[in-house]
Design a protein around this ligand. Structure first.
Ligand SMILES: Cc1cc2nc3c(=O)[nH]c(=O)nc-3n(C[C@H](O)[C@H](O)[C@H](O)COP(=O)(O)OP(=O)(O)OC[C@H]3O[C@@H](n4cnc5c(N)ncnc54)[C@H](O)[C@@H]3O)c2cc1C
Length: 352
């Protein structure tokens, strides 16, 4: 972890603040590593934070292996300190200087071309990126869509580490997507967008013409250590890009089952990479009604890890099934809400 930044916040009860932050991180499965009385470290994939509760202040040091992750860590830290002391967090400064202006993890890209891996799934091939930076640190990005017909105003980094989003008529439409593919040779990245009614990103993806500009922030998240076999991966069409990436990252001898949604008549090879995993394809039109039973039917396979992503209510049911029926605990099961029926999915704030 080669780059670092430090900050501090004066507080009446620094120990309570440390407990608050530790409780929040525990909710994400990140346990504290004790570093002495009133001090703890928390390790993330590629980044770390150490927090020391002194008599009158909290001192925080974040380290990361890339500018992207350092930005992500500083932003998350400032956002969570704002829950404890909004005014203090607003005035926070970092030891790496006042890094204002364009956020370190913002990439402005242009549409090079559109493809259609199968009918209903639109591939946006984007260039102008630091493609290598988008291929590490995580699977997911925030996709930033400017208001139609306006010159885009992009987010700016404030000196306390927080991202300031354009407001009013300049407000961006921001949603999470998965980097499906990175090609450092051509400098292109691919993002696959499922067509669905009433979605601004989905509508834009269906009609965008080469040369149109779009923003990506990140990547971050999604690199859960899915290395134990047998492994279960399941998800709807919005999760297909992540499932494809996770399969590509598996070791040669990895094995398990994959439950995916595809429109009637589309073969999994049309989208997924070649794999030793057993594939189970459900009709996308009935996925939420059928996936829980389809997963339950695989219970006897003795999975040591299970992963699901899809609609919010299904993700919640799946989490309960993984925990209660499959007996999988923290670190062995992940169930993510990728979208919520009837609710637009603003991603401007922190994921958590
Ligand atoms: C970490 C993460 C990674 C993701 N990766 C991808 C990805 O690679 N590809 C992808 O296509 N999606 C992905 N998603 C899901 C995507 O962010 C949502 O589907 C998002 O709502 C799409 O934005 P929108 O502007 O099209 O629609 P919004 O403005 O957010 O929503 C408008 C309406 O559409 C509905 N809606 C949203 N998604 C769907 C859907 N899938 N089917 C039916 N109705 C829907 C909403 O409920 C709402 O009523 C991911 C989500 C997360 C959290």
């Amino acid at each position: 972890l080669s780059i670092a930044a430090e900050t501090e916040l004066r507080l009446p009860d620094p120990r309570a603040a440390l407990d608050h932050l530790a409780g929040h991180l525990a909710g994400h499965g990140i346990e504290p590593e004790p570093l002495g009385p009133g001090a703890a470290g928390f390790s993330f994939e590629g980044a770390r934070i150490e927090i020391v509760a002194g008599p009158d202040r909290l001192r925080l040091r974040v380290t990361a292996r890339s500018e992207n992750l350092l930005y992500f860590m500083k932003e998350g830290t400032a956002a969570h300190l704002a829950e404890i002391d909004p005014a203090g967090a607003e005035a926070l400064t970092w030891s790496d200087g006042v890094v204002t202006g364009r956020p370190a993890n913002l990439h402005l890209l242009r549409l090079r071309r559109r493809e259609e891996p199968y009918p209903g799934m639109i591939r946006l091939v984007l260039d102008g990126a630091d493609a290598a930076a988008l291929g590490r640190d995580g699977l997911h990005v925030k996709l930033l869509l400017p208001p139609p017909g306006r010159r885009p105003a992009w987010p700016r980094a404030a000196s306390n580490g927080i991202t300031r989003w354009p407001e009013g008529e300049d407000a961006l439409h921001v949603r999470y997507f998965t980097i499906r593919h990175v090609d450092p040779a051509s400098g292109c990245v691919a993002v696959d967008v499922l067509r669905h009614p009433g979605g601004a990103v989905s509508d834009w993806a269906a009609a965008a013409v080469p040369g149109e500009e779009i923003g990506l922030m990140g990547p971050g998240g999604g690199l859960a250590p899915l290395r134990r076999a047998p492994l279960l991966l399941a998800g709807d069409e919005t999760a297909l890009p992540a499932i494809a990436r996770i399969l590509e990252m598996q070791a040669q001898d990895a094995h398990g089952d994959v439950v995916v949604a595809l429109p009637d008549g589309v073969a999994p090879e049309a989208y997924l990479p070649p794999t030793r995993f057993r594939l189970h394809v459900l009709d996308a039109a009935r996925f939420d009604a059928t996936v829980v039973d389809a997963v339950r039917a695989l219970r006897g396979r003795g999975f040591t890890q299970a992963w699901f992503a899809g609609e919010h209510a299904t993700a919640q049911t799946m989490r309960a099934v993984f925990r209660g029926e499959f007996g999988l605990g923290k670190g062995a099961q992940f169930s993510a809400s990728y979208w919520r029926r009837g609710v637009a999915g603003d991603a401007r704030g922190e994921a958590d």
